[in-house]
Design a protein around this ligand. Structure first.
Ligand SMILES: [Zn+2]
Length: 92
């Protein structure tokens, strides 16, 4: 797995999470590393947060109330039912 992927200038460099990791907040929002101003890397720690280091293709796009994503690392009790809008904008 490549250590880093080409990133846009809007993205700050994160050290512990690859850019495609899905981060799951205590408020059930899904974020992407460095893709918005709401989350800093130091916030993302268990047990407050969970994350998915190797999300299935399309998981981010499918994520919704009817198709929640469950964390596989950190706090694995966390599920996300909403995407962060700012992360979505950065992604598209
Ligand atoms: Zn976000």
């Amino acid at each position: 797995m490549p250590r880093s992927r080409p990133s846009s200038p809007a993205r700050a460099e994160w050290r512990r999470f690859p850019a495609y990791t899905i981060l799951i907040s205590p408020t059930r929002y899904a974020h992407l590393p460095g893709a918005c101003t709401h989350v800093e890397e130091d916030y993302v720690r268990a047990p407050r947060w969970g994350w998915i280091p190797d999300p299935a293709p399309g998981l981010w796009d499918r994520l919704s109330n009817s198709s929640p994503a469950t964390a596989t690392a950190g706090n694995t009790a966390r599920t996300a039912i909403r995407r962060c809008e700012e992360c979505q904008t950065t992604l598209s």
